[in-house]
Design a protein around this ligand. Structure first.
Ligand SMILES: [Zn+2]
Ligand SMILES: [Zn+2]
Length: 254
């Protein structure tokens, strides 16, 4: 499995793009920066998006991606997520006010955009991968994902505060090879972590203890750009886990 970091931050500056990861060629995990982080010819290859939730930093490039590929590709773009996420996305973004309803463009029968619900906890075939959505603990309906290519599994936490189910599912997955885990704030901002339901560098270890797979590398995403340096130094002090900090533009092979 190839993973390309299009954006890995919980905010935006000219040097920081918001969360979006390309799995191999045609599957996206979230779509915060699928356009700003990917040349047009590669955008044309995207067929599926696993969407954790509807916060702006995870959906912001979907409207532009649809615009960019309309009339240039013969495939559809399918967004997969738990039913609440797809409903919020359709009602609040593709509502013909904020952006056109691409589930009816160019025609309802041949629409470019398809919204396909995932049943929580149930494995579904997406683009040849076995995908399981697992609800996590955020301020809006949110699910993390386990993506299994038949040889290995990747766990993507989604935005979350302390949570249990997804770590349990990861623990039970014998072929788990990599974890993408959110950490948004430094320890001193615990109050904001609680308020916005995100992890801090102080409560990440408790989550990794629940996962109980210390041999599996944990790639950190969703750090807030303004606090990135502090979070980095705090995470570097955590012992007993293989914690790595992502950066935009990096590619990994698992
Ligand atoms: Zn976010
Ligand atoms: Zn969020």
């Amino acid at each position: 499995m190839q993973l390309r970091v299009l954006g890995c931050y919980g905010g935006e500056t000219p040097d920081h793009r918001t969360s979006s990861f390309l799995v191999d060629d045609s599957l996206l995990l979230d779509a915060g920066s699928a356009c700003s982080g990917l040349p047009l010819e590669d955008q044309l290859k995207i067929k599926h998006i696993l969407l954790t939730h509807t916060h702006m930093d995870h959906i912001r490039s979907i409207p532009f991606l649809l615009d960019n590929v309309l009339g240039k590709v013969s495939h559809k773009i399918t967004i997969w997520g738990i039913p609440e996420v797809l409903e919020l996305l359709h009602d609040n973004l593709f509502n013909n006010m904020i952006w056109p309803d691409f589930t009816k463009i160019p025609t309802p029968e041949k629409a470019l955009l398809v919204l396909n619900p995932l049943t929580p906890g149930q494995e579904t075939d997406v683009d040849g991968y076995k995908v399981t959505a697992i609800p996590v603990n955020h301020t809006v309906p949110t699910a993390g994902f386990i993506v299994d290519n038949g040889e290995m599994s990747l766990l993507y936490s989604g935005d979350t505060a302390e949570t249990d189910e997804i770590w349990k599912a990861g623990n039970e997955r014998a072929n788990l090879k990599v974890v993408l885990a959110e950490t948004s704030f430094p320890a001193e901002m615990a109050k904001f972590g609680d308020l916005t339901k995100h992890l801090t560098s102080e409560n990440l270890p408790g989550e990794l203890k629940k996962l109980n797979r210390p041999e599996v590398p944990v790639y950190i995403y969703h750090t807030k750009p303004a606090h990135n340096a502090t979070i980095k130094s705090e995470l570097a002090a955590i012992e007993g886990y293989d914690i790595r900090i992502m950066a935009d533009g990096e590619s990994y092979s698992f």
